[in-house]
Structure formats: structure tokens, C-alpha cells
Design a binder for this molecule. Sequence first.
Ligand code: ADP
Length: 558
Amino acid sequence: MPHLDVRRRGSGTARRLLFADEPDPRVLQGVFALLFALDLVLRSVGGSPVRLWSWPAAGAAITLVACLAAVALPWARLPVWAVGVLPVLDVAALGLSRLDTLSAGAGILTVVPALWLGRQYGRKGAAVGGVAALLLVVLPGFLYFGVSGITLSKALLIVVVAGWAALAIASALERVRAGWEEAERGRVELAAALETIEHQRRVSDAILDTVDVGLVLLDGDGVYQAMNRRHQAFMRLGYPDGHAGRAGQLGEVYAEDGTTPLPREAMPTHRASQGEEFDDCRIWIGHDPRTNRAVSVSARSVRDEDGTFTGAALAYNDVTDFMQAMRVKDEFIASVSHELRTPLTSISGYVSILLEREDLPRQVLSQLEVVDRNADRLRRLVTDLLHTAQADEGPMHVVRSRTDLGEIVRQSVRAAGPAARAAGIDVEVEAPDSLLAVVDPQRMAQVVDNLVSNALKYTPSGGSVRVVLGVDGDRLELAVTDTGIGIEAADLARLFTRFFRARHAAEQSIQGVGLGLSIARSIVESHGGRIEVESEVGRGSTFRVRIPLDVEQPVAPG
Ligand code: ADP
């Protein structure tokens, strides 16, 4: 929008108007002279010709002098009062003109210079006009014709009419000027307010153009109202053939996988124009892999004070580098863990064969057991990493079958027995003989193993671990409680995210990579369940898994 200096333009106009407000002495004097001449002509036509040496002729001479002065003098440079001499001279000319015959109409012309004075100097001018009429028209009349009823009436009427007319025009002008000044003040204030708004708009435009986030504002009908420069670049990429300025237009916009074209109902602008609010909606813009950009879109609705939807604001954050780094990382994890698995399987296989040999010395066998344990640990880590990479490719694939979870829990605790005894930790289990559920047995065993091995890992010697399996309404519930180091409240929210390790665990140099719980969560969620934790630092933790149970349990014989 072009910048307009309305304030300065306003005061210039004000000056021009003020100047134009000054009556032009040449025009006013000219008008008076014409009327005066008309009076003389009418008198002559009516049979009372004006003689050369007479009072009216003297009046005409004064009028002529005033006309010459009006034309010749530089009024703009003279003091303000100077021009007032002209109407006073005109009054004097009328006074002289009336001395020839009292009934001549010249007296009424006094109104003209009186109006002039009133217009020029306001109330003061009106007073001067009245006094001039009294002294220069009325008084000479009395002196010349004497005071009679007729002279008194005519004289008073002249003074009253001239004075009243001058006063009327003075106060009318005063009112007009006051109104005009007020309007002018309002205009100046308005201009200043507009200038402030314009300035603020420029400041906010500059800020919006500086941020490296695409910003769009839609109105209540989904029509684009504004966008910053960053977003214009995204628009050129997504709509090389142009955009009609309405939400939901299809273009070179793709889903998070970068290849599936985004349908209209999934377009961020369309969703936002329907009043939906969201964060981190990831899309790709542009189809050329060398130039396309990944963006994370957030939307917020704009509502008026009644809560009616009036539009939406969207922010497009460029996350291309992040997405590419994630892709590279996942590919790396997937390929490294895959490459590690084959040699590891072979190591474990040969170690198992060696461990079965009876001709080996005891010392060699115990060293081989160490190799076996570590190879086993490494294999679990590699499996976890592979899981993580797969989890990014979509929801975890679960193969459900009718499973006895009671058995799975008991097996898991049995397997952890040697480690628990070695660590001096007491493990207790409370599970029904049989608890049937339609779940993926291997994945669920992985969850239980993980929770039990964590409980042992994060519980110091002398502590205890309790594993309880049961049914709560239509869900099965597994709780693993330990008396270990516990988890700080600040760490709880991020506990189930990949590669996260709580401060306490890291500080105490307890080994781990922070994958087990994130995998456990994705397994539980892919069964439609939830995993939660309660913990207190120094007192212990309880991890609780709840999964919908859609299998009739066998009735216990009784
Ligand atoms: P890892 O044990 O390999 O570090 P996990 O994903 O299994 O990874 O656990 C993530 C983090 O949660 C751990 O690093 C630890 O800080 C914390 N944690 C898990 N289980 C327990 C527990 N029973 N007691 C205390 N902290 C735990």
C-alpha cells in the first residue's frame, strides 16, 4: 500500500482554505461601486440628475478613490486592519450621497460595507460598521436635514438593518469557522491515526517477511486474505500454474511419504477453513525431488467475540532437512542392524555348539558363557533397532492368536530368575493359571520381558520386584512394580520416546540405549491398549499395561 502523508497534506489544505476565506477587497469594492453607480444612474433617470458639484458627486469621488486603492494597494502585505478602511470610506460615500435628497435609496446600501466589515472582522467589524453608519450616515443627515420623525425613523432603520446584517454574517461565519476548525482537527487526528496504523502495518509486514515460516491468513469462507514472502515461495513451488486464492486447491502437494497426492479434504487450508485446529501436519510441496520441501503445518481458528468462526491462520515450517536426516538415520539403522544380525546369529550358533561340548576345560566353558551372554545382548539390541526402523514405516504388524498370557508372564519371570538371583533381588509373580487373550504372543512376551528386565536393571541389590497379571472389567492388566531408583517427575512425559534415558539412570551409569519402552508402547498401542507409569525417586516404579480383552475366560471348576 503506498504511503500517504495525510497529515501534511491536510494542513496545506487548511492554509489554502484560510487564504481563500479572506474576502478579496477588489471584488467587494467593485460590487459596492456598481451598486453606488446604479443609485446615481437611477436618480438621474428618475429626474433627479446628480450635479457635478454636489454631495453625491463627492460620494462618487470617494468611491472612486476606494476602488483605485482596492486595485493598487498590496493588501496581503499591509496590516490586517488596513483593508477595513475601504468599507468605512464606502459608508462615508453613502452618507454624502444621502445629503442630496433624503429619500434616495443610497441609505440602504449601507448594508453592503457593513456586511463586508462583519465578514472581515467578525463581531468587532459589525460594531465598527454600526458606529460608522451612525457617524457617517445618520449624523450628517440629522445635521443637514434636521431631526424629524421621518429622518429619525430612516436613520434608525439604516443603523439597525446594517448593524444586524453585519452581526448576523459575523456570527454565521464564526459558527462556520468553529465547525470547520473542529472538522479540521478531526481530520488531522484521523490522519495521524491512519499514519500510525499504516506504520504498524509496515512494521508487522516487515516482521512477518523476516521470519522463516510461511504464514497465511484465510477468511471465514476460506479465501486467502494475506500471506508473507516465505509462503509465496511455497505457493510457487506447489502451484506452478497459479492459485485461485481459495483454500483446498489441489496442486503439487503430497502426503508425508512425499508421493501420495494430498486429497482436498486433507489439505491443511481446507481443514483450517472448516474450523479445524492442528499441529505438525507434515506434507511435501513440489514434485521435483531436487527442489521439493517438507513442511510441518499448524492451524488456529480466528473467532469474533461471539465465538463465530471468522477465519484461520496457518504457519508452514520448513522441516525438509529434519525429514531428510530422519530418513537417512532410519535407513542407516535398518541397514546396520540388518548387517549385524547375520554374523551375530552365526556367533551365537557356534558358541551354543561349543557350550555343548564336554571335552572343553571348565574355564573355557565359563568364558564361552560370557561370549554367549554378550552376543545375546547384542542380538536383542539389534532386534530393538530393527523394530525402531520398522516402526517409522507404519503401524507395527501384529499377528494375533489365542494366547495364554499367564503362561507368558510366568515364563518371562522364570527366564529373569538367574539375573535376579545374581543381583540379589527378590522377584514375586501373581498371575492366574490361565488368562486367555487374542494377542501377538511374541510381541507381548517382548513387552513383559522388557518391563521385568528394566525392573531388575533399575533396582539395587536387596530390592524386590512384583509382577501382577489380572483382569479389570473388559481389559487385562499387567503391573510390574519395583523398589528401585525411581524416575523424576520431569522425565516421566518423555519416558516412552525413542532413545530417551532418565537422568538418574544415565548418572548411575546403568547400561541401556532407551529403546525398550518405546517399543513396548508401540506393541501395546498396536493391540489397542495403553501403557502408563507411576514412580517416585528412591522408592520405586510401577509400569501398568492395559489391553482390551475380547476372549471369554474359561470358568474355573468349582
Ligand atoms: P533402557 O533401559 O535401555 O535405557 P528403556 O526404553 O527400557 O531403555 O527405558 C527408558 C528409560 O526409562 C531408562 O533409561 C530409565 O531411565 C527409565 N526406566 C525404565 N524402567 C525403569 C524402572 N523400572 N525404574 C527406573 N527407571 C526406569
